[in-house]
Design a protein around this ligand. Sequence first.
Ligand code: DQA
Length: 143
Amino acid sequence: MLLILNGPNLNLLGKREPGIYGSGTLEDLERQCEEWGAELGLSVTCHQSNFEGQLLEWVQQAEGQGFTGIVMNPGALTHYSYALRDAVAGQTLPVVEVHISNVDAREEFRHRSVTAAVCRGKISGLGWAGYRFAMEYLNDLQA
Ligand code: DQA
């Protein structure tokens, strides 16, 4: 049972800088993740919020709710949210950080992730496939 979390501005997928983030919407992405989950035999719950505190609560609650891993695209919070970092560090579920775009090929401020160090790993620049690879990794941990 996986939790897929998308952070600020990812509700604008499809409209937001499509040259960077593609033309698919958040709804399309979430449906795709559910389909991939079904292929892997996993149930998947997807949430998006523009609010840091809401993301913290989802991370804090995930373990108690029976999730076995988290795929997290924190959006710009990646680059400065020590609160999100501490929330991830303060629980024991494996978390994989995903970025649709190649953050290392973009502005300097995107090169730094304050959250990646407390995640199992980070996938960046592979588009939506990054979510799929993260889900496969988390699924393999259960085997
Ligand atoms: C992003 C990259 C971040 O730098 C940016 O702030 C986002 C999306 C990505 O998926 O490529 O909102 O996390």
